[in-house]
Design a protein around this ligand. Structure first.
Ligand code: TMP
Length: 236
C-alpha cells in the first residue's frame, strides 16, 4: 500500500491516507504532552516504543476475539490500520485508584478498587475532555445504545485480558484509556493506541511507575521506563 497525503496530526501521532480509502497509516511521534497540551516535551524513542507495544497488544487482543483496527506494522514507527470514524469518547478503565480519580474523590493513589470502574470522557480538547455518563452519550448521540453496550463489553474484556497478560510480566495494570472507531462496514473496532502514554503500568513488586506519569509528574527516568515496558513485553 502506498502512503499518500497527511490527513491529521495529533499530539502523539500523524495519520496518512493510502491509495486504498479503506486503510490509513499511523505514524507515532516522540513528542509528549500532558494536562491537555499545557506541558510539552520529547521522549526519545517513544514513537517507536508506543508503536511496537500497541501493535503487540492489539495482536494479542485480536487473537482473543476483540476486533481492532490493526492491520500490519510497516516500520518501527508506522502501522497500517483500517480507516475508521473515531467515536468521540475516551473510555477509561480503572482497577486501582490513581490520577484524576484519586484527586476527584480523595482516594489515596494505590487503593485497590472493590470493583472495576468504567468512565467516559467526551473527546474535545477545547473543553478539556469532560467526563460524561451514559445519559449524556445517548442524549448527545456520541454513540447509540447498542454501540455503547458493545464498547463497554469490549473495554471490560480487554481489562481482563491485559491484566492477566501483564501480571505474568510483573506489571500491574492500574488504569488505561481506550478509543473505538466504526469501520465503513459499521463494525465497532478498538482503535488508537495502548501504550505507556495511555495506561498506568506499575512494577508489581516495587510499585515503580513505568508509564507517562514519570513525565507528567517530573519523576525522571522517563525514557528508561518506556524501554523497560518494551523489554518486558517484546523481550528486547
Ligand atoms: P486520569 O487518571 O488522568 O483520568 O487518566 C486515566 C488513564 O487514562 C491513565 O491511564 C492515563 C490515560 N489518559 C490518556 O490516555 N489520555 C488522557 O488525555 C488522559 C487525561 C488520561
Amino acid at each position: 500500500m502506498e502512503k499518500r497525503e497527511q490527513l491529521y496530526e495529533g499530539k502523539a501521532k500523524k495519520v496518512f491516507a493510502t491509495d486504498d480509502p479503506k486503510y490509513c497509516i499511523v505514524s507515532y511521534k516522540d513528542s509528549a504532552t500532558a494536562f491537555n497540551g499545557l506541558k510539552k516535551g520529547e521522549i526519545h524513542d517513544k514513537g517507536m516504543i508506543n508503536n511496537r507495544v500497541t501493535n503487540h497488544l492489539m495482536r494479542l487482543l485480536a487473537a482473543a476475539g476483540i476486533p481492532t483496527h490493526y492491520v500490519e506494522e510497516l516500520s518501527p514507527r508506522e502501522t497500517l490500520v483500517k480507516k475508521v470514524d473515531i467515536i468521540p469518547l475516551e473510555v477509561i478503565v480503572r482497577n486501582i485508584a490513581a490520577g484524576s480519580l484519586s484527586k476527584r474523590l480523595g482516594i489515596p493513589e494505590g487503593t485497590k478498587l472493590k470493583r472495576t470502574v468504567l468512565e467516559y470522557s467526551y473527546k474535545n480538547d477545547d473543553l478539556g475532555d469532560p467526563m460524561v455518563n451514559d445519559y449524556h452519550i445517548l442524549a448527545m448521540e456520541y454513540a447509540t445504545e447498542e454501540e455503547l453496550k458493545t464498547i463497554a463489553g469490549y473495554a471490560l474484556r480487554i481489562n481482563e485480558l491485559l491484566s492477566d497478560y501483564l501480571r505474568d510480566l510483573h506489571i500491574e495494570l492500574i488504569d488505561f484509556k481506550l478509543e473505538f472507531g466504526k469501520t465503513a462496514g459499521g463494525e465497532i473496532v478498538l482503535a488508537d493506541e495502548i501504550s505507556p502514554d495511555t495506561c498506568r503500568f506499575w512494577d508489581s513488586v516495587t510499585h515503580k511507575k513505568l508509564d507517562k506519569d514519570r513525565f507528567r509528574q517530573d519523576l525522571g527516568g522517563v525514557e528508561d521506563a518506556y524501554k523497560e515496558i518494551l523489554r518486558r513485553l517484546l523481550g528486547e
